[in-house]
Design a protein around this ligand. Sequence first.
Ligand code: SF4
Length: 63
Amino acid sequence: MRVHVDRELCEIHAQCVFAAPEVFDLDADDELVYDPAPSAGQREPVRQAVQLCPARAITVTEG
Ligand code: SF4
């Protein structure tokens, strides 16, 4: 599973951080940081993050 966040769209709503805190986080400057290749066990939290993101900035590809 590969995760990509379009930083042009991302507005730091942080819904993804609540949904999948092991994959998404905000750094000290409130910039989004994320794991682009999370483990398979993170699939469901990541799926929720995709659905919750108000900016639709998260895309996931399998493989
Ligand atoms: S929920 Fe979407 S807009 Fe908000 S920080 Fe995460 S990726 Fe960015």
